[in-house]
Design a protein around this ligand. Structure first.
Ligand SMILES: [Zn+2]
Length: 461
């Protein structure tokens, strides 16, 4: 039976087109689309227009859409009867300073041979222009072979990702009908650390709190008042110290509601990654994991919630010595959340815990700093298994479902505003120096990344 996806022809077209694909990527990288810097406002728009023209040239119905900030690029292929797929990337880049640490001008990209292989070097090579172009090049080859694009694709490219995405949520809300798809594919992440292809299927949520404890109405002398008057630093650290109990367990009532153990499937996948917690800690001069006992290292960073004190200030820390009981102490703390933990409920439980530890003549004030739940994708959706198999075929080794300890807000926004899960598939490497001088993207990541998307499109067609 002939293969209607003609994937072999699409792949060989991609291989033959690679030199020209790299020239196109270089053109794109020459546009200094730094979204945080108002001086580059026109450059950001120029990058949006460049991308829009590329997509229109492939036959997309593409447009540059204004927002109060930088524009979005939205493109649609013809309507058909397939499950709609949305693809997301961002065309803005990080600032380049300190400029003197670059070995070459950041917006004059070149191909370089390195001991680890050939790379393209320049700001945005990996984050995210090189990555998003893997998808565009896969579509170009598809079009060349089939004479038409796959139907039912929606492409969304953002120009504010590196400056906090202020326009994204309103844009998703205002254009929800147009953008809603069966599933989203986000290409802005990396491979698992040793170059193993991976699909990120869960991300921890985040909740931040700032606490201010006030005691006496002025700083006090510890000779006159010490032992009699409350010390707000002591009050604060006592309250925070009891948020974690024995063996790394968090003591807040109801805290673990919604936290779920790994499925057997994920437990097997994660075990196969061979993560060595002690070696991971050794990179930063440590040895001993401190999470809940009985959990693996990857569970601790991907599937278990945590509480961290991020900063604490108060009293006298200057030159010399001052025997003071300060009037005030402050701390900033955060929780990483998993499963279906409810950030609002945890905020309340945390505040109640702290209030209960405050003496009645002291005062406490709280300031919330963001609250986003964890994201967990439904990997029973057959698209995940299909994409995993396609990645495994391309890279010649079993692709893994992995987690991420941090948050990737776009995945949460797609879920909450558009009701769709995301597959986070990227081809970045740990040594790509994203956000740093001398950013690069491996040519292997670029070429095999584009081939991967072609295979994934074929698998989902
Ligand atoms: Zn990025």
């Amino acid at each position: 039976m002939p293969d209607s996806t003609r994937i072999d022809e699409v792949l060989s077209t991609l291989d033959a087109e690679l030199p020209r694909a790299l020239e196109r990527l270089k053109d794109f990288l020459r546009i200094p689309s730094i979204s945080t810097d108002p001086a580059h406002r026109a450059d950001v728009r120029r990058a949006a227009e460049w991308l829009c023209a590329e997509l229109a040239g492939l036959g997309f119905d593409a447009s540059v859409r204004d927002t109060p900030g930088h524009p979005m690029v939205v493109a649609h292929s013809a309507q058909g009867d397939r499950r709609p797929l949305l693809f997301y990337g961002h065309y803005d880049v990080q600032p380049v300073d300190p400029l003197d640490l670059w070995d070459r001008p950041p917006f004059e990209p070149e191909i370089e041979d390195t001991p680890q292989g050939r790379v393209i070097r320049g700001r945005g090579a990996a984050d995210d222009k090189g990555q998003l172009m893997t998808f565009v090049e896969a579509l170009r080859a598809w079009k060349a072979v089939h004479g038409a694009l796959p139907s039912d694709l929606v492409l969304l490219f953002e120009g504010e990702e590196e400056s906090g995405s202020p326009s994204l949520q309103p844009f998703l809300r205002e254009n929800a009908e147009e953008l809603r798809a069966g599933i989203a594919m986000i290409c802005d992440t990396g491979m698992y650390s040793d170059g193993r292809p991976a699909i990120t299927t869960q991300l921890r949520g985040l909740l931040g709190e700032e606490i201010v404890v006030r005691a006496a109405d002025r700083d006090l002398h510890s000779g006159s008042f010490g032992g009699l008057a409350a010390n707000p630093i002591q009050v604060l650290v006592d309250a925070l110290a009891t948020v974690k109990g024995d063996q790394g367990r968090i003591t807040l009532p109801g805290f673990y509601d919604g936290v779920e153990d790994l499925t057997d499937e994920l437990r097997t996948d994660w075990a196969a990654l061979g993560f060595d917690a002690e070696a991971f800690l050794a990179q930063v001069g440590l040895r001993r994991p401190v999470g809940e006992s009985g959990r693996t290292g990857l569970e601790m960073v991907w599937n278990r919630p945590t509480f961290e004190i991020n900063g604490i200030t108060g009293g006298y820390t200057g030159e010399g010595f001052k025997t003071v009981l300060p009037a005030e102490a402050r701390a900033k703390v955060s929780f990483r959340l998993t499963g279906t933990q409810d950030p609002a409920a945890i905020r309340e439980a945390f505040r109640a815990h702290v209030r209960a530890a405050i003496p009645e003549d002291c005062r406490v004030e709280f300031h919330g700093h963001g609250a986003s739940p964890a994201s967990r994708m439904d990997i029973a959706d057959p698209a995940f298994a299909a994409a995993k198999q396609a990645l495994s075929q391309e890279w010649g080794r079993e692709a893994a479902y992995i987690g991420a300890g941090g948050s990737i807000p776009i995945a949460g926004d797609f879920k909450q505003i558009l009701g769709m899960d995301s597959m986070l598939i990227g081809f970045g490497r740990d040594d790509d120096r994203i956000h740093s001088p001398n950013e690069k993207y491996d040519l292997d990541s670029f070429a095999k990344g584009a081939r991967s998307w072609a295979r994934i499109l074929a698998a989902l067609t």
